[in-house]
Ligand binder design. Structure first.
Ligand SMILES: N[C@@H](CCC(=O)N[C@@H](CS)C(=O)NCC(=O)O)C(=O)O
Length: 123
C-alpha cells in the first residue's frame, strides 16, 4: 500500500508535506479530510486526536505534524536532502521551515473565512 497523506488542499500546513512529496518524487495517495469524505474521519481522529492534519501513514508508520512528515518523506527519492545531515545544517533547515510557516499562516488568515477549517497553530 502506498504512503497515505491525509489533509485538505486549502490547508497551508498540508502544502508543506505535499511540496516535500512532490520534491522527493514520493508516490502517495491523498486522503481528503472534509465533509464530503466522511469515510476518512475515523482514521484522522485516531491519527490526530485534536483533529488536525496533515497526517501520514506508511504501513506501521503513522505520524502527524507537517515537519515530522517532511522528515519522514525526506529519506525517499534521489532529490537533494531537504534536512541536511551536516551538524549545523539541520537546525537551520528547521528554523527556515518554522519561519516560512509562520509567514504562510499569517498570509492565509484573511482567506480562512472561505472554508470551514479550525484555526491552525503556529508550530
Ligand atoms: N503543527 C501542525 C499544525 C497543523 C494545523 O494547524 N492544521 C490545521 C489545518 S492547516 C488543522 O488541522 N486545523 C483543524 C483543526 O485544528 O481542527 C502541523 O505542523 O502539522
Amino acid at each position: 500500500m502506498p504512503i497515505q497523506l491525509y489533509g485538505h488542499p486549502f490547508a497551508s500546513f498540508v502544502w508543506k508535506p505535499l511540496i516535500a512529496a512532490y520534491e522527493c518524487g514520493v508516490p502517495f495517495e491523498f486522503r481528503m479530510v472534509d465533509a464530503d469524505h466522511p469515510e476518512h474521519a475515523p482514521r484522522i481522529a485516531k491519527l490526530s486526536p485534536p483533529g488536525q492534519f496533515p497526517a501520514l501513514t506508511d504501513g506501521s508508520v503513522e505520524t502527524t505534524q507537517s515537519n515530522a512528515i517532511i522528515e519522514y518523506l525526506d529519506r525517499f527519492g534521489d532529490a537533494p536532502r531537504m534536512i541536511p545531515h551536516e551538524a549545523d545544517g539541520a537546525p537551520h533547515a528547521r528554523l527556515l521551515a518554522h519561519r516560512s510557516v509562520a509567514r504562510v499562516v499569517d498570509e492565509a488568515l484573511p482567506y480562512r473565512a472561505f472554508f470551514p477549517l479550525g484555526a491552525p497553530d503556529r508550530d
